[in-house]
Design a protein around this ligand. Structure first.
Ligand SMILES: [Zn+2]
Length: 262
């Protein structure tokens, strides 16, 4: 198993996995949600899956990352959505031809949310519900060859965790059931409708992660991790996060502000 020194590219068994966007574990202070979420590409035989597809701000990024691999959106055969929040799901419309998977409990709940009250993109979810290539799945269902869904409520009622079992190590995509390392270690979450339900889901994620040494955990808003020998999570790769701003008087003059700790 090649565990990807840059935390982005992995080859495990017959699977080639690119974490094309590393999620970021932060919120904006003054401007509402930030929504920098993880997007992963999985290639297996003739099938090409995306685990989550990001939001509007990630469209160009997604196109560029696919083009770097000589791929276009039309080459993607499967879209696996961990949950319906806008920063993970909105770009399903870029892949309307693909098999699109979402949790049944998640879709049902999303359709019931009063408009304008949550970060569920109401109209995108409404359209998805009647989309011919959409399939709802439940706990234990196989959603792609070698990938099984597990219901992990707490962040939303129908959040799914996807486990890729290659036979030579697992990769566990937690979505926002466990957004980052702090949530993993504290077994609590910043956004949850029920702390006990979240805690049980994070414990279940730990159990999946501990099942085999070397298993890789890919959170919805953080770098991938493996277990160090002392059992502590160890990040794979290096965090990159910054904002470019026009603070001067010349359009060509920009200031790059790092979002990394000092
Ligand atoms: Zn979310």
């Amino acid at each position: 198993m090649d565990t990807g020194g840059d935390g982005k590219q992995f080859r495990i068994g017959d699977y080639e996995i690119d974490i094309i966007v590393h999620g970021f574990p932060g919120k904006s202070v003054c401007h509402g949600s930030l929504g920098f979420s993880t997007i992963a590409l999985i290639r297996h035989g003739k099938r090409i899956a995306l685990v989550d597809v990001g939001s509007f701000g990630q469209r160009n990024l997604l196109q560029e990352h696919l083009a770097e691999r000589s791929l276009s959106p039309s080459d993607v055969t499967d879209v696996l959505l961990t949950h319906s929040h806008y920063d993970h799901s909105i770009n399903w419309t870029m892949f309307g031809h693909a098999n699109i998977v979402i949790g049944k409990a998640e879709l049902d709940w999303s359709l019931e949310q009063p408009w304008g009250t949550t970060v569920v993109p109401e109209l995108y979810v409404k359209e998805l519900a009647k989309w011919p290539t959409m399939r709802t799945v439940g706990d234990g269902d196989e959603v792609f060859p070698g990938i099984t869904a597990q219901l992990a409520p707490g962040h939303t009622p129908g959040c799914l965790v996807f486990t890729l079992d290659t036979g030579d190590g697992d990769m566990i995509f937690t979505g926002d059931a466990c957004k980052n390392r702090a949530e993993l270690l504290s077994r609590a979450a910043d956004m949850t409708y029920d702390a006990a339900v979240t805690q049980a889901s994070i414990e279940a994620i730990w159990a999946l992660w501990l099942r085999r040494p070397g298993n890789i955990l890919v959170p919805g808003h953080d770098l991938p991790m493996v277990q160090a020998e002392d059992g502590a999570p160890r990040y794979l790769g290096r965090r990159e996060a910054a904002i470019r701003a026009w603070y001067g008087e010349d359009l060509n003059e920009t200031t790059v502000i790092s979002l990394l700790p000092e």
